[in-house]
Structure formats: C-alpha cells, structure tokens
Design a protein around this ligand. Structure first.
Ligand code: PGA
Length: 244
C-alpha cells in the first residue's frame, strides 16, 4: 500500500495562500508513490479542488455536521460537500472534541453521513496525557473506535483511522516508537475485530520531516495526518520524500 499523507491546514490559509502552497508542492512533485490528501478550510475547497483536478492529489474537508440538512446556522453537511470534487472527511479530530464539545454520538452520526455521501472518513482517535498517565490509553481508543463505528457495515470500504495522541498535537512532542507501535497495533487488532476490510492507520501529532521516516518504519503505520508541518511546501515535501 502506498503511504497516505494527509495535510490538515486547520484554520489557516486564505485562497491565495492555499493556491500558492499547492502550486509549490505541484512544482516540486515530491513523489509519485504516496497518496496525498489536502484538507483546506471550507472557503478554499473549491479553488483547491479545481486546481488539483487531473492531478494525483486529492481533497477532503476538515469537518462535517452530523445532520444532513436543516436549521444549523453556519454548518455544512456531507451531502452539501458532495457537490464539490471532494473525496474525504476528517471526523472526530481532537480539537473538535475538545473545543466544540463533539460527542461520540455525533461522531458516529458524522461517520454514517460521510459514508452515505460517498466521502471516505478519516476517523481521529487518541488519548489525553491524563488518560495515558493513568494507564487508560487502550480503553479510550477502544471506546472511541467502537462508538464511532457503531452500526457501520462490517464490509465498509475506504475508512481510514488516524491515531492522534492529544498531547502530541501541535506541541512539538511526538509519541515515541514504542507508544506508536503499541497504539497502532491495538487499533489494528480492534478494527480487524469490528470490520472485514483492512483499515489504514495514520499517525498524527507533531509529525515532521525529522521524525516521519523513523515512525513510518513502525508496523501498522500507513501514513501521517500532518498539521503544522503541512503549511510550508518545503517541510511537507520533505516528509513525502523521506517516506517514499
Ligand atoms: P500537528 O497536528 O501536526 O500540528 O501536531 C496534527 C493534527 O492535528 O492533525
């Protein structure tokens, strides 16, 4: 399987900045072997997906609402996204769980809505530092997985999971090889009990050009979900080059 490299721009990049970033990445053409997916903010989606038409790069959304339509001022549903040339949706990112109080119930509804709109979900899961220190990592990961995947067909295709320890996101602290090995192994075991098809597992949390190659050697690490280091073409292209 080719590595999957997902760029989560979060609340960064206006249209011109986003276009200039993807133009630089296209120019430096870092690898033909990786599957690269950009997650720009909603307002730039159209421009970025237009620019990437007929290229090997793909586009996704950072969030969707858990209902399909209705009186939810300011929100955007999976069904609306499908009118654009967009293939993926990040669901359950820890920043949404933490700052927007997203619940497991809503995350499960988002997974169902994404799938019914033919968007492939990237389901984010991960423990807080407190949960890790009290030895609850596996319990938390299992609960997040089983509640997010409740009533999802066991033969679902295209689902991706991102292991993102909350304490490693945007902090410059990366999980060490043992921690990543253990968590990815556990996620792989759990998803293979719940689902029939293999589920790629990405690592996210301060992944960068210096640590990606080493982390990518670890079993069950199929790629990365990258925040900070995806905002500059040099660091992003370097990550791609280092793992392909
Ligand atoms: P980071 O973010 O690479 O800046 O830690 C990762 C993410 O939040 O997906």
């Amino acid at each position: 399987m080719n590595p999957i490299i997902a760029a989560n721009w979060k609340m960064n990049m206006n249209i011109n900045e986003g276009l200039s970033l993807v133009n630089n990445i296209l120019d430096s053409s870092p690898s033909k072997k990786s599957q690269v997916i950009f997650f720009p903010p909603f307002i730039t989606l159209n421009a970025i997906s237009d620019r990437l038409k007929n290229t090997r790069y793909e586009v996704g959304v950072q969030n969707i609402h858990h209902e399909q339509s209705g009186a939810f001022t300011g929100e955007i549903s999976a069904q609306m996204i499908k009118s654009l040339d967009v293939q993926y949706a990040i669901i359950g990112h820890s920043e949404r769980r933490q700052f927007f109080h997203e619940t497991d119930y809503q995350i499960n509804k988002k997974i169902h809505n994404a799938l019914s709109a033919n968007l492939f979900p990237i389901l984010c899961i991960g423990e807080t530092l407190e949960e890790r220190e009290s030895g609850e990592t596996s319990k938390v990961l299992k609960k997040q997985l089983s509640s997010a995947l409740k009533d999802v067909d066991s033969d679902v295709k295209g689902l991706i999971v991102a292991y993102e320890p909350v304490w490693a996101i945007g902090t410059g602290i990366t999980a060490n090889s043992n921690q990543v090995n253990e968590a990815h192994g556990f996620i792989n075991e759990t998803t293979s009990q719940l689902l029939e098809n293999p589920v790629p597992i990405l690592y996210g949390g301060s992944a960068n050009a210096d640590n990606a190659a080493e982390l990518f050697q670890i079993k069950n690490v199929d790629g990365f979900l990258i925040g900070g280091a995806s905002l500059k073409s040099e660091s992003f292209c370097q990550i791609i080059k280092n793992i392909t």
